[in-house]
Ligand binder design. Structure first.
Ligand code: SIN
Length: 349
């Protein structure tokens, strides 16, 4: 294994392994009795790799780099920019064959969507894979899932181009999915980040999943720029019984640039919001409609807001931030054009 701290940059072919922290790097004070009480982001990426060294195929050269070591609930936009820039420049490095990223599962949905929308086409064109992974149990738990997830992610990143196209993927609990499909849907199940996402076993790829991957990649537009400064301010609001308009009026008066509405059912929202949303939209605040149900498509278009297809609210929020940022830099297209390019793909099963 090679370390990023070596004086000379590594020029021979290798897989770059980036550490972001999370439960995979977490430690529990009392792992035998209570493995679920732990602190995330305690071990470095080199240590995580050292634990599986014996099992790593001998021909695989790795270069490890610690980007952050956080609990991903604290993920911030600056860190996404740092990660995105690093992934982009590393993909362009001919010595990098693929990239594995260890990440907390709490916001891996956002990081996965962000990387897909900003580096997905590049990865695809170069035939390289970016693979996110993590764990639901800390590194010192008796049943720790991190070591196998990391090993599977390394294998997936190194899979030959004939067997799988380049792109941004995620590996958890023996399964792989497109990173744009990630959505943590359970507090503790080992497959939580992809339990509701179209996926396939890492070791025995289902041909219909692979043809879906190819169809989605064909339908996705060009990569969007990575915001380099302050990201546009976008909030998520959930509609519910007894919803009130004051929160919208407050955000609209304090400079919010976009609102993602996690509506009920097919994406509808409480009538108490209607007037305040109309005023917000007239003021130039971007509105996106999603559903709080957690699954299915929203097709219904209306005068208020764009629909986000099958995107969850956290993913739609990243998409809107990237679209607002792109429209600021390229006046020939609107934020709606950029949003449609990355968010609203035809329904592909
Ligand atoms: C985190 O997201 O950093 C903690 C939770 C996890 O990784 O499962």
């Amino acid at each position: 294994m090679m370390s990023s701290n070596q004086a000379k940059p590594e020029n021979s072919p290798h897989i770059l392994v980036l550490g972001m922290g999370g439960t995979i790097a977490g430690l529990a004070p009392n792992p035998e009795v209570d493995p679920r009480s732990y602190k995330a982001g305690e071990l470095g990426i080199e240590t995580l790799l050292a634990k599986i060294q014996e099992a790593i195929p001998g021909n695989l050269k790795l270069l490890a780099q610690q980007v952050a070591n956080i609990n991903s609930r604290d993920l911030c936009e600056d860190l996404l920019t740092l990660l995105g820039n690093l992934v982009k420049t590393s993909l362009e490095n001919p010595a990098v064959q693929g990239i594995v990223i260890t990440h907390g599962t709490d916001t891996v949905e956002e990081a996965g969507f962000f990387l897909s929308a900003t580096c997905g086409k590049l990865a695809e064109k170069l035939g390289k894979r970016v693979v996110l992974t993590g764990a639901m149990l800390p590194a010192n738990a008796p049943q720790a899932d991190g070591p196998l997830n990391l090993l599977d992610a390394l294998k997936w990143a190194a899979t030959s181009r004939e067997n799988c196209p380049g792109g941004v993927f995620a590996v958890f609990a023996g399964k792989v999915c497109l990173a744009r499909d990630l959505a943590k849907r359970h507090t503790s199940a080992l497959n939580a980040p992809l339990m509701d996402s179209p996926s396939t076993p890492v070791g025995m790829v289902n041909p219909s999943w692979m043809s879906r991957v190819r169809a989605i990649e064909k339908a996705s537009g060009d990569d969007l720029p990575i915001p380099q400064g302050l990201w546009p301010w976008v909030e998520i609001l959930t509609s519910h019984a007894g919803a009130r308009s004051q929160v919208i009026e407050f955000l609209a008066s304090t400079g919010v640039q976009g609102l993602v509405l996690a509506g009920t059912g097919l994406g509808g929202f409480h009538q108490a919001w209607e007037e305040a949303l109309k005023l917000a939209q007239d003021k130039g605040i971007a509105l996106i409609k999603t559903s709080r149900t957690g699954a299915g498509m929203i097709r219904e278009e209306s005068a208020l807001g764009l629909t986000a297809g099958s995107l969850s609210a956290p993913r739609a929020r990243i998409a809107l931030q990237l679209a607002l940022n792109a429209a600021k830099g390229d006046k020939s297209l609107t934020w709606q054009d950029f949003f449609a390019r990355i968010a609203v793909l035809p329904e592909i099963r």
